[in-house]
Design a protein around this ligand. Structure first.
Ligand code: UDP
Ligand code: MG
Length: 313
């Protein structure tokens, strides 16, 4: 088996047939043996039934079914865990990442690169809001983390078996796959492409999921938010201490000047300080919650079905 192609699917009944068709076409043009792995991430529509029907006719199409929605990054992880190819390609189901780019990735892989990632030179047909938030996401995550994650590159990429084995050896449950791929290293190359419009349906990444992905990315790859708390805390402590001295000096040496007016300033100071403290606690909570998740050591996903895999796999 040379190529494995992993496709996460969440409520993609409108695109699955066309996606399967275009992927098969692109893979056949590569001239390599291949397997397609569709990971159904707890879809609530006809995705599973349709995938099942396709898999009954094509043994090269293998299916994994989650017991519920575990999220995009988890679906990719499951696909990688079950892939048997010498190289694994991860691609979205909605044809925003054109399958026709896969042969170019394979070409680069043949040249000796271990990671070939798709870099979006342009995004078509997405709302200004989506483009702006995506841009802010990639820049923001990079500014806040210590690993160098390529900007404007999603999860559309080809990974050599070596990289897959390295990723599988990472036991963490919070899986920001792009970051992990950068973290493991190896020889990396980019292939430029234009991100197409979604073939059909709507995005499965609402703002809520994007924010969560950003929080996962930052907490998994950096302590910067915690360090920021220390710096802000130090500055605030210094300011408060200076003010404390001022208050003591005033009370001891100039008791007559103290008036009972300071209500507004006291309230402002207390609200401001409490706000900052709660914010810092929130940041710590983000980390502690993730430590808790790791400590519980629950499986990353639960499968409710597998189709066309060998019993041994
Ligand atoms: N996806 C998934 N689980 C989720 C959300 C999304 O498996 O909880 C899949 C989705 O089916 C698609 C890919 O992840 O194949 C990318 O999602 P989408 O195209 O909606 O994101 P966008 O391109 O808008 O960022
Ligand atoms: Mg998409």
């Amino acid at each position: 088996m040379t190529l494995s192609v992993v496709v996460p699917l969440y409520n993609e009944e409108e695109v699955i047939a066309e996606s399967y068709r275009q992927l098969t076409e692109a893979l056949e043009s590569c001239g390599e043996s291949y397997e397609l792995i569709f990971v159904n991430d707890g879809s609530r529509d006809q995705t599973w039934a349709m995938a099942h029907a396709l898999a009954m006719r094509d043994k090269r199409l293998k299916l994994l079914c989650f017991s519920r929605n575990f999220g995009h990054q988890t679906a990719i992880t499951a696909g990688m865990d079950h892939a048997s190819g010498d190289a694994v390609v991860v691609i979205d189901a909605d044809l925003q990442d054109p399958p026709s780019v896969i042969p170019a990735m394979v070409e680069k892989w043949r040249e000796g690169y271990d990671v070939v990632y798709g870099r979006r030179t342009r995004r078509k047909g997405e709302t200004l809001f989506k483009k702006a938030t995506a841009k802010a996401f990639y820049r923001g995550v990079n500014a806040m983390t210590d690993v160098d994650i390529p900007v404007d590159a999603g999860d559309f990429r080809l990974l050599d078996r070596k990289v897959i084995e390295a990723l599988k050896a990472l036991p963490e449950r919070n899986r920001y796959v792009r970051g992990l791929v950068s973290w493991v290293g190896f020889r990396q190359a980019a292939v430029d492409y234009v991100r197409e419009e979604r073939f059909a349906g709507v995005t499965k990444y609402p703002l809520r999921k994007m924010l969560r992905l950003a929080a996962d990315a930052v907490t998994a790859f950096s302590y910067k938010p915690l360090k920021l708390s220390i710096y802000i805390g130090a500055v605030m402590a210094a300011l408060c201490f200076a003010f404390l001295l001022f208050v003591i000096v005033q009370r001891v040496f100039f008791p007559d000047t103290i008036q009972l007016s300071g209500w507004a300033s006291l309230t402002a100071i207390s609200l401001f300080c409490n706000g900052i403290i709660l914010l810092m606690l929130g940041i710590m909570g983000e980390y502690i919650g993730r430590i808790y998740d790791e400590a519980k050591a629950r499986p990353i996903y639960i499968l409710s079905g597998k189709v066309n895999f060998d019993p041994a796999e």
